[in-house]
Structures are given as structure tokens and as C-alpha cells.
Design a protein around this ligand. Sequence first.
Ligand SMILES: [Zn+2]
Length: 405
Amino acid sequence: MIDHRRLGRELDLFVSDPLAGAGLPIWLPAGAAARHAVEEYVRELERRSGHQHVYSPPLGKRELFELSGHLGYFADDMFPPMRLSADDEFVLRPALCPHHALVFRARGRSYRELPLRIAELGGMYRSERSGVLGGLSRVRAISLNDAHTFCAPDQVGAEVAAILGLIREAHAALGVRPAGFRLSLRGPGEKYVGDDAQWARAEDLLRAALAGMEYVEAPGEAAFYGPKIDIQIVDAAGRESTISTIQLDFDKPERFDLSYTDSDGRRRRPVMVHRSLVGSMERLLAYLIEVHEGAFPAWYAPVQLVLLPVDDGQVDAAADLARRAVDVGLRVDVDVAGSLGARIRDAARRRVPYLGVLGAREAADGRLALRLRGGRALDPMPAGDALALIGGQVAARSADLLPPD
Ligand SMILES: [Zn+2]
């Protein structure tokens, strides 16, 4: 069976060491390279769609999370506070929203700035029980692709629709195939903030955004502060989880006393839309490893091109070509150890998308014989053309190794 933990070991993507702790995996260079490429893509998508990026710390004072409601409603999922002195306690944050509310509050805001979209790929923590942890899919230290849009009440519908469009775009680029949409609603019990009118209003807005789409309703799956649209995936073992989410929140703007000056000069409360396009880097990569069986599209493959000199006579030419490949932004290795057949098999084992074989004749006339992942061999071509071909597929973030004919 396909299992991202086994592939993660085979491909040297990440390691889980009991000495570091369960649910606290370490990203190895190959896994980090793939993750960097994915992160860069997501940041670019967010920049193009009007998001502004910030950095905020993964821990904060206890009072911040009392104000946000997390310590009141979410403490069971949090690590216990760290006490430095009687009146100085810190908390590993379970979400980025409190810090982003402070970004909004950092100065006076005008209606002209709305919708204000604050994005961050930030660290947060969950005190998961050790029994449920595994590989990258369920972890205690989470790197979340997150953003909060602060908007006027009449902007919420358009904002949710725009976010759904971005989610579709990101899924298509990465190869995420959603298993379904879910409208996550309040369930019974005391674990929810806000009044009934707020919840009904938020629910109506999300239902309107989902009109015409197929979705299921899931009572009890809402965030403690509001209902959400969740986009679900199913992993190779058949377990369902959430990869993308859009949440409406009327509560935090109240708690943090957020306001903007409207066109008539009056102070008004913004609505906060929490959203994640692709979820946490951990869960996303766990899913992508399984869905691609380790054979990532070239644009986020850890190594995109392996150069194989046929014998010692082509080692210098291979090193020169590797420098040119690095200069045009490619991730490249030169493999000289062992027989050519063994090196080709090793590159196939590592799911490297492009192999460049350099024999005496290719080295002499500046050509390269490309082999694609899967075994297809192309006729030797000028080395510059080969790099341009690979660079073009990477720049286009194509799922294919060759441009369309
Ligand atoms: Zn949030």
C-alpha cells in the first residue's frame, strides 16, 4: 500500500526521531526543497490575489489567548502554558488569528483598505495524543498556510467566492484532488462562542457561496467561533481530513475591538474571514507524496535533473553543465558513482523527472541526451535547449515533463 511514511524514508524527505519527540518530524534536504517550491508558489498566488504577508511569533502571552477565546474554548488541544514568573506566562499558539487581529489593530483603518488580506505561513502547535500521530499527516508542530481577510459585512460573499477560486487554482497546480466539500456547522454543547443570530448570519453567507455546488453538512465540525466550508481529501489509507478551509468569524472582531472608519465617518466592525488554501505544509506534503507516489511534478521535485557522465572523460563537462543548470534556477545533481545502469536505476528510484546522459560524443559537441522519468529517451539536443525545455516546464508549473506538441 502507498504510505507517505514509507516513501518519506525511501526518498529521504523527512525523518521522525523518537529523541525529537512524536509528531515532531524533521524535514530532510529533499523534503525541504519540495516544500520550499510549494511555499514559493503559494506566496506568489497570494501576492497576485492581493494578500500582504507578515511574520508573527509562534508563542505569545497567556492574555492574548484568553482574549481570543482559545484558552476558554480550545485549551484541551493546546500545550499547557509556560510560566516564567507569577504574572508572566506564555502559550504556544494554537492558531495565527490572534496575531493577525493585532496586525489589523496596529493602526487606524479606513473602509478604503478593505478587504484587507493578511497572510502568513506560520508555526502553531497542537497537543495531539501520541497514539494518533504519524509521519507528516498528524503532527504537533504545524506550519499553516493561513490568511485572514478583514472586510465590510457586504464584502463577505464576494471574498468567500474569490477564496474558493484560489483554492481551485492551487489544487489544480499541486495535483490535489478534493474528495468533497463540507459545510461544518455548530453542534450541541457549550463549546461555541457568539449568539444565535451571528451563527445564523454566517451560515446563510456560506450556504449562498456553496449554492449550486455539491456538499454535505457536518454538525459539530464548526470552529468554536463560527461555521466553515471545509474541503476534504482522502489519503491512501482511506482516512478523510480537511485540506482547505474558509471560516466566518464575527466574534474575534468584537473581542479585539476591531474597527474601521466607514465612508460616513462612523466606526464599524469588520468581519474576519479565516482561510487556508492548502492547509498545513505537513498534511499537504503527506498527501502529495501519496497522490504522486513520490513522483512530484518537476516544479517541486527535490532534484529536477541528474547528470550522468558515461565515464570519467565527461565529469568536467557534467560539472560545467550542472553550474549552468543551477544558474537558470534548476535543482541538479551530478552522479558519478557506479555503473551507468545502476545510476539510471537509482535516479528512477528517487523519481527524478529528468536524466541527462553525457557520453564522449555529447560532451564533445555540447549536447545532452535527456531521459524522462518513466524511461522515455529523447534524441540528443544542444545542452542549452535541454535546460530551456526543463526550465520552461518548471516555470509553467506543468504536471507534464514535455511541452504540448
Ligand atoms: Zn484564523
